[in-house]
Write a new protein. Structure first.
Length: 260
């Protein structure tokens, strides 16, 4: 039976999680879009998520964020991307900050994230230990391999805004080819070296915390199969496929759970 505490959380479970992390030596945090909803960035599958709200371009969001759509409907892709997926002013929340603190204390070996928002690095986490499975909005590349020019988010935003209404898909100022964000769209492969590092970190982890993810996106979700330990925690508002095999399950808001 779960205990309750003053703030309404399942107090004993949060204390257990805190104890695991405070005594961990190589914990891994495996997170998804739910880690950043309290920073004002919508996730995909919650009731207010991008899959449940109008995309603004006449196609379902899950269709828009695909490799084929990027090439076939560049203007619609960029309109959706810039208005629904890029949040340059978002700030880290309590969860991002607590993870950076745990890493500084030597408790956390890696943050494996499906997020593309860069908020873990903004919170102070070492970029080398944040494994971005699906890329990052901060990085953008010219799609002409012979050119290969790289652009920051600010540069791409400026190029997008400089375009005429209806023709804003950013093009490389060097060679004129389309620019693409370094984010993994449906139909694209994940970076193999990032996947291997994430699998190794999870395999060697003493504690794994799965948080803010529906675990609906593969192959990212399959990485949890590498865990060999007995301290697997799930912290997520709704139930996940990992709940039945987890050693601890907390269905609460991350910002509240990670606020010790
Ligand atoms: P998802 O939308 O499928 O699932 C999010 C989960 O987080 C849900 O189960 C929800 O109940 C939970 N959640 C939401 N807010 C929470 C909170 N405050 N505390 C605890 N739990 C909370 O997200 P996913 O599994 O990450 O898969 C979606 C894909 O979309 C990923 O590949 C990700 O790269 C991408 N995405 C990223 C961002 C971002 O970078 N912030 C935002 C939207 C989508």
């Amino acid at each position: 039976m779960l205990d309750s505490c003053e703030n309404g959380l399942h107090g004993q479970d949060v204390l257990t999680l805190r104890g695991w992390l405070d005594h961990a030596g190589r914990a891994v945090f495996f997170g998804g879009a739910g880690v950043s909803t309290e920073s004002g960035i919508p996730d995909f599958r919650s009731s207010t998520g991008l899959y449940r709200t109008a995309s603004g371009v006449g196609y379902p969001a899950e269709t828009v964020v695909s490799h084929d759509f990027f090439w076939e409907h560049p203007e619609d892709f960029w309109k959706f991307y810039m208005t629904r997926m890029v949040f340059p002013d978002a700030r880290p929340n309590a969860c991002h900050r607590k993870l950076a603190e745990l890493a500084r204390q030597g408790r956390l070996a890696a943050i494996v994230t499906q997020n593309i928002d860069g908020l873990h690095q903004k919170a102070g986490s070492d970029p080398g230990s944040v494994l971005e499975l699906h890329g990052a909005v901060a990085r953008n590349s010219c799609t002409n391999r012979a050119c290969g020019a790289r652009y920051t988010l600010a540069e791409v935003v400026a190029l997008y805004r400089a375009g005429e209404e209806g023709r804003r898909a950013p093009r490389c100022p060097v060679c004129g080819a389309p620019i693409k964000p370094d984010v993994v769209l449906y139909g694209e492969a994940l970076d193999e070296s990032v996947m291997l590092r994430a699998a190794a970190a999870i395999e060697q982890a003493d504690v794994v915390v799965v948080a803010g993810t529906s675990l609906a996106v593969w192959p990212a979700a399959g990485l949890l199969g590498y865990y060999r330990g007995s301290r697997l925690a799930v912290v997520n508002l709704s139930a996940t496929p990992a709940d039945p095999s987890a050693d601890l399950v907390i269905h609460e808001k991350l910002g509240e759970v990670f606020s010790w």
